[in-house]
Design a protein around this ligand. Structure first.
Ligand code: NAP
Length: 453
């Protein structure tokens, strides 16, 4: 950069996209000073609260994020909710540019009668609960009945199914939230029925996740071979997939369909295709799910489910709808209801100069963690291209800190997080676990009093 003056940037959301955006800004604008605002005390977003606890390798990416946070040009401002503790306008006034990477915070609802029965959850609530997300610790799922239903054919649905049937001795060696571990220890769930509204050719899950489920000790993956007899339109979809994803998934499904019943398996994951829940029944808690059989219509690549009217009653005591995420809204930021994202072009938020977005709040909830790197890089390229025309901040550098102090907001710093991280890790070490997660913001604030800093 020709301008030696520090340029001040705010990033909202300390998940993967926030860190990737920060790294790219530091690379392209060495004079950058970056504040990363995060509504929770802990950083890492979806890696801490979305990635399944038994996927420890995926979580190793936090080491790269921590190196970014350790850069002296970066400050972490945890426990600050933008839109409530500080406004979008205030952030804009105090920074050259503001980049929103705050992702998704709720699950899509099934939209069927009986969805408000007890023991029916969205995957966002359920995953948040077992991953220790402070927003979802009141969940109290009941695992006292043997059959659970998971709706959806994405990787999150596979995560949920796997956590429900995985031997609890495996989970005890992970960073799963302690109340979830305790509840799963007592679980009577022995059968998980996974419902895909379309066929195996349209399933959104990926081969490695399906392979993992098919090879879990003590768990049988069951598929009705008739569900794998594909019409020409579906076969064409499988063949057209250049990544081999569809073909590999079909191979795993065929192997599962033809495998003899494993005598040592005492838990079952049953994959049902072309099947939708049409109603949930019960007294207070779910007792039955009414299933509707679908046929697929439309050309290859555009196959849509159509209800045949055929019904089946499935006795089940738990339902998790895993059919996608809803974008998180922030007061003062535009939001597109239909697409559940902040409207933008190449990362530039529509109608607000100097405001950008990246990650799931820009593209919707899709893609693996690494996809956010490319997305963040594209957004930061737009920021850098716009820099010559962006006005200098009108508020002084320390103004947001002052506003937060006046409003009584306790900012959780990176040093605070490092101490909390050390406490969680030490507690985990005693139990042979990577960490024992703190489950509420208040607990985090109590454990790391402000005077300590
Ligand atoms: P997803 O991959 O978009 O899957 C959503 C599923 O919900 C699809 O099977 C979809 O079926 C189904 N669905 C949508 N509306 C429905 C309805 N009304 N009734 C029944 N089914 C419905 O979403 P996700 O599983 O939440 O995952 C989000 C992203 O995170 C994905 O990109 C995923 O790959 C990624 N992820 C990756 C991993 C990993 O790599 N290990 C783990 C977790 C998540 P249709 O196709 O018919 O719409």
């Amino acid at each position: 950069m020709s301008d030696p003056m520090p340029l001040r940037f705010a990033i909202v959301g300390a998940g993967p996209s926030g860190f990737y955006a920060a790294a790219e800004l530091l690379r392209l604008v060495p004079a950058a000073r970056i504040d990363i605002y995060e509504r929770l005390c802990a950083p890492h977003g979806l890696v801490r609260y979305g990635v399944a606890p038994d996927h420890a390798k995926t979580k190793a990416v936090t080491r790269a994020f921590d190196r970014i946070a350790a850069d002296p040009r970066v400050r972490f401002r945890g426990n600050v909710r933008v839109g409530r503790d500080v406004s979008v306008e205030e952030l804009r006034a105090a920074h050259t540019a503001v980049v929103f990477t705050h992702g998704s915070d709720a699950g899509r609802r099934l939209g069927i009668p009986g969805e408000d029965q007890g023991n029916v959850f969205t995957s966002v609530d359920f995953v948040g609960w077992y991953n220790g997300h402070p927003d979802h610790q009141d969940l109290r799922p009941d695992f006292s009945r043997s059959t659970a239903v998971v709706v959806g054919n994405g990787n999150v649905a596979l995560d949920v199914a796997r956590i429900l049937v995985r031997p609890v001795t495996d989970l005890a060696a992970t960073d799963i939230a302690t109340p979830a571990l305790d509840a799963l220890r007592e679980s009577s769930v022995r059968r998980v029925v996974l419902l895909g509204r379309r066929g195996p050719a349209q399933a959104a899950f990926t081969p490695s996740e399906l392979h993992e489920l098919a090879h879990l000790p003590g768990v049988a993956l069951q598929v009705d071979p008739r569900d794998l007899e594909l019409p020409a339109e579906d076969l064409a979809e499988v063949e057209a997939d250049s990544s081999q994803r569809g073909r590999q998934c079909m191979d795993i499904l065929r192997a599962a369909a033809s495998a003899p019943a494993a005598s040592e398996a005492d838990r079952v994951v049953e994959l049902r295709f072309r099947t939708s829940p049409v109603a949930i029944e019960g007294d207070d808690d779910v007792a039955r799910v009414i299933l509707g059989r679908n046929r697929l219509e439309g050309a290859s690549g555009h196959r849509r489910p159509v209800d045949t009217g055929e019904r089946e009653i499935l006795v089940a005591g738990l339902v998790v709808g895993s059919i996608g995420y809803l974008g998180a809204r922030i007061e003062g930021l535009p939001f597109d209801e239909r697409t559940q994202v902040v409207p933008s072009a190449a990362g530039r938020v529509t109608g607000l100069s100097g405001v950008y977005c990246a990650g799931w709040i820009r593209r919707g909830a899709q893609g693996v963690i690494g996809n956010n790197k490319r997305c963040a890089a594209e957004t930061i390229a737009a920021v850098v291209a716009d820099l010559p025309g962006l006005p200098a901040p009108t508020l002084p550098a320390q103004s947001i800190d002052q506003l937060l102090a006046e409003r009584g907001v306790r900012v959780f710093t990176w040093a605070d997080w490092q101490r909390l991280d050390a406490i969680e890790s030490a507690a985990g070490q005693l139990l042979g676990r990577p960490r024992v997660k703190t489950l509420s913001t208040q607990d985090a604030l109590n454990l790391i009093p402000q005077e300590y800093v």
